[in-house]
Design a protein around this ligand. Structure first.
Ligand SMILES: [Zn+2]
Length: 348
């Protein structure tokens, strides 16, 4: 599993190396043109020295900042420390208080900006990295006015979030629109999801292999079978037991057996909606659905690197939700997107 390492940028108090390139023109030779002190917010340095240079080609002058310093008063070291503190679970208020104890004065607004910058950087790094197996799952996160629907994509090779979308997971076309550019850019060939119909539609239309999370399947099938057992006479209990066994073991030709069982059950076309169906009809319906989706339960068995559950994606969403609780509701989608991205990262 690849990791996000803690890389704290270095900050120099003075830059001894001369600039290589003029910011305004292709010029490459410069004259030193004075310099001055710049106050910075940094755990070790109170100020740095900034030289000014003049381009021999275009005659314009510019500041040449030392490594780790830009125009902002925070050094890059401070920005990363703030973002990491936030990812590790501190609230903005907690961050301000913690760094204040170390003599580092940080404002809440700039702390927020640091997290945003960090998140955008993360997303950029992910932008072109190949992802073969993508975990996708929806969540609802407190935002402006009410909870907002979010769709999260996770690289199941690394366990890191790839992107988040403002997408309702029950809408097949919205899911497809979200996935299509990712599939093309990252080279995704398999998605892992729970068994909502929208994912089936999107996977089919985008020609993706689709592994349905077996944790979800076992949970709902187990519940449904237990319930049916209570409502059906004992002569059907052996059949229920066999279906449960197939789901537990996921044998390669399981769908063949399921179709056999399906045909053994009497057809009763009175009710179309599941609420109107008699228990036996419900059982038949359930078996038909399992047989139909069987191939999507077993992708992990013949495709390397495909997990049989979507737990990794759920863990990423868990981290995102935990952090969302300490933010008092995101104010808009860009803020929510970068907040969630930064929070979803796993640090070792
Ligand atoms: Zn120049």
């Amino acid at each position: 599993m690849s990791i996000v390492t803690l890389q704290i940028p270095e900050v120099k108090s003075i830059e001894t190396e001369r600039p290589h390139q003029c910011p305004y023109c292709p010029g490459e030779t410069f004259q030193r043109w004075g310099g001055g002190v710049k106050a910075v917010r940094d755990p070790y340095l109170g100020e740095v020295w900034v030289y000014r240079y003049r381009c021999c080609r275009c005659q314009r002058t510019f500041r040449h900042y030392p490594q780790g310093v830009k125009r902002a008063s925070q050094t890059q070291r401070t920005q990363v420390l703030v973002a990491l503190g936030w990812i590790m679970g501190l609230s903005y208020r907690g961050l301000v208080a913690l760094y204040c104890a170390f003599g580092l004065k940080i404002e809440r607004m700039s702390a927020w900006r640091d997290v945003q910058v960090y998140a955008r950087q993360l997303e950029k790094e992910r932008h072109w990295q190949k992802v073969r197996v993508l975990g996708v799952d929806g969540a609802y996160v407190r935002g402006w006015g009410k909870t907002q629907p979010v769709l999260v994509a996770v690289d199941l090779g690394t366990g890191q979030p790839v992107t988040v979308g403002y997408v309702e997971e029950k809408d097949p076309q919205a899911v497809k629109r979200f996935l299509e550019p990712l599939v093309q850019r990252l080279g995704v060939s398999v998605i892992v999801t729970d068994d909502l119909n929208s994912y089936k539609v999107a996977a089919r239309e985008l020609n993706l292999e689709h592994q349905v999370c077996q944790f979800h399947v076992r949970r709902w099938v187990g519940r449904a079978l237990r319930d049916l057992r209570l409502h059906l006479p004992p002569e059907w209990h052996a059949l229920i037991h066999e279906v449960q066994g197939l789901i537990d073991e996921l044998p390669p030709k399981g769908e063949k057996r399921l179709w056999q069982l399906y045909r053994q059950l009497p057809v009763n076309r009175k009710g179309r909606r599941s609420e109107d169906m008699a228990p036996l009809e419900l059982l038949r319906h359930l078996i038909g659905r399992l047989a139909q989706d069987w191939a999507n339960y077993r992708v992990f068995d013949w495709q390397a690197e495909v997990p049989w559950t979507n737990n990794t994606t759920e863990q990423v969403i868990g981290r995102m939700k935990m952090r969302a609780r300490t933010v008092r509701g995101y104010k808009n989608w860009p803020g929510m997107a970068s907040g969630l991205m930064a929070a979803g990262v796993r640090i070792h």
